[in-house]
Design a protein around this ligand. Structure first.
Ligand code: SF4
Ligand code: SF4
Length: 465
């Protein structure tokens, strides 16, 4: 549908590329990539009007035709590569932002064991003092809360501590959510962040049966390094158990659908050139070629905010370079990078803490005879009082407090620069709302500086998947 094509020819309206379009030259061809929907075009005909517009750096241009044919112009217009006004693009961004915050969607991050954990990871920011587990009471209260919404989508993410210390809860709660979503025609998805130590094949199959299909499991490099960074509470190593669990899971037939992101937290000691190479080689022997496995390598930050006596934490400037290098190597070993999958498929990779339909939920007691569910926004700043935005009362109602407005801003354009930013649909100015809360500044994620590199990786991913 083109409401304005004929009118434009008469009135001579001018057009420009949407700010969501990345344009770059690849050899002799111009590539246009639209961050709106990953659509892309390549133009290598140097007589093509678009080619010439790009070569001559024209900002605005009139409708063009090729041998009396407007169809290519119309295609670019329909797919929003070009717009008559950037406000058109801003309105689309606003609509998408509204959609991700829709009250027809609910995303609950359940702290099913609070902070209880069987590991004692060196860099962990949790103090593990809160160990109360969710049980039957919490299950019914959550159901009551969820039933008060008229939902189209429900996402349940399990987090901790180590959520598999309460696997019975996961199994029974998800079973209940499957029934509820079937009754109400809700699109229900579920994921878990686990250290993987208790994830035997048997338990994994039971979790898959209740639709926990997406996993993040951490392996911090080669055995010796991993065991130093992620020991059990009694100090013993954990690498062999986790690795053997993963290998057994990888043997499940292809018809068993799941996605496992292997998270690698690294520092300069654990990610030297030789170690990265050896570790990725090992992973590729056991999980390479299986698209159910992807890798997310990330430098270890000072998440605890403590003095760095052991040299565990990476300095920001070194970290950025090594993050990029590791990510490139992950892809050169044939693995999909978690980051690129996110960009290619997800509507947004902005933090859930910014969204009005996303809550981190803990079991809690207001008094010995009054149990509720505590609600926070960020799953890192657990002890920051500003993070607690309310609670779910005994009758399943969400009671908000005045902290809510620190997190939910209601606009995708958090600062002036977001208004023309190619990355806004991925970021919404919310790469880390906690950081904004603490510093008063909206910081761009590092990806913003890697526009063309990112597009090349995304197109490569799309072509191979
Ligand atoms: S607000 Fe920042 S620290 Fe908290 S969960 Fe989001 S990205 Fe992480
Ligand atoms: S914070 Fe930076 S990267 Fe994010 S949308 Fe705004 S300008 Fe773009």
């Amino acid at each position: 549908m083109f409401s304005n094509d004929i009118t434009d020819k008469i009135t001579g309206n001018r057009y420009e590329f949407s700010f969501l379009v990345t344009k770059y030259k690849d050899g002799n061809a111009w590539v246009l990539y639209n961050w709106l929907d990953t659509q892309n075009v390549k133009i290598d005909d140097s007589y093509h009007p678009i080619y010439q517009i790009l070569e001559s750096n024209q900002v605005t241009f009139p409708p063009f035709e090729i041998e009396d044919d407007f169809s290519e112009f119309e295609f670019l217009l329909e797919h929003k590569f070009i717009v008559s006004n950037q406000d058109e693009t801003r309105n689309i961004v606003q609509e998408k932002y509204k959609e991700t915050n829709s009250n027809k969607k609910l995303n609950l991050i359940l702290m099913v064991v609070n902070e209880a954990c069987n590991f004692d990871c060196v860099y962990c920011y949790e103090d593990h003092s809160q160990k109360q587990k969710m049980g039957e009471y919490d299950k019914l209260l959550l159901k009551q809360f969820i039933e008060k919404h008229s939902l189209q989508e429900l996402g349940i993410d399990y987090f901790g501590g180590e959520p598999l210390l309460n696997s019975d809860f996961l199994l029974s709660f998800n079973k209940m959510m499957i029934e509820l979503s079937n009754e109400r025609n809700i699109n229900f998805t579920s994921s878990i962040t686990t250290n993987g130590y208790l994830l035997t094949k048997e338990l994994f199959e039971r979790l898959i049966n209740v639709r926990i299909n997406n996993y993040q499991i951490t392996l911090d490099g080669l055995k010796e390094d991993h065991n130093k960074l992620r020991p059990l509470k009694n100090g013993k190593g954990t690498f062999d158990t986790i690795y053997s669990n993963l290998k057994t899971i990888a043997q499940l037939p292809e018809s068993v659908h799941f996605s496992i992101t292997i998270r690698i937290n690294f520092n300069t000691l654990t990610a030297t050139d030789e170690k990265r190479n050896e570790f990725l080689n090992l992973l590729s022997q056991d999980f390479g070629g299986d698209s159910r496995f992807s890798i997310h390598a990330h430098s270890i930050g000072n998440w605890k905010g403590e003095e760095d006596k052991e040299g565990v934490y990476m300095k920001e400037n070194v970290a950025q370079e090594l993050n990029q290098k590791y990510d490139n190597e992950v892809q050169s070993f044939g693995f999909n990078s978690f980051k690129i999958i996110n960009y290619a498929y997800k509507e947004s990779s902005s933090c859930f803490a910014d969204k009005s339909n996303s809550f981190v939920i803990f079991p809690a007691e207001l008094s010995p005879d009054r149990k509720i569910l505590k609600v926070q926004k960020c799953n890192i700043a657990l002890k920051n009082p500003l993070n607690t935005t309310g609670y779910i009362s005994e009758n399943g109602d969400m009671i908000f407090n005045s902290n809510w407005h620190h997190w939910v801003k209601g606009t995708p354009f958090k600062k002036q620069g977001c208004q023309n930013c190619f990355f806004v649909l991925n970021c919404y100015g919310s790469s880390c709302p906690l950081n904004t809360l603490l510093t008063g500044e909206v910081t761009c994620p590092i990806e913003k500086t890697k526009e063309i590199e990112l597009v090349k990786d995304i197109l490569n991913f799309i072509e191979n998947n």
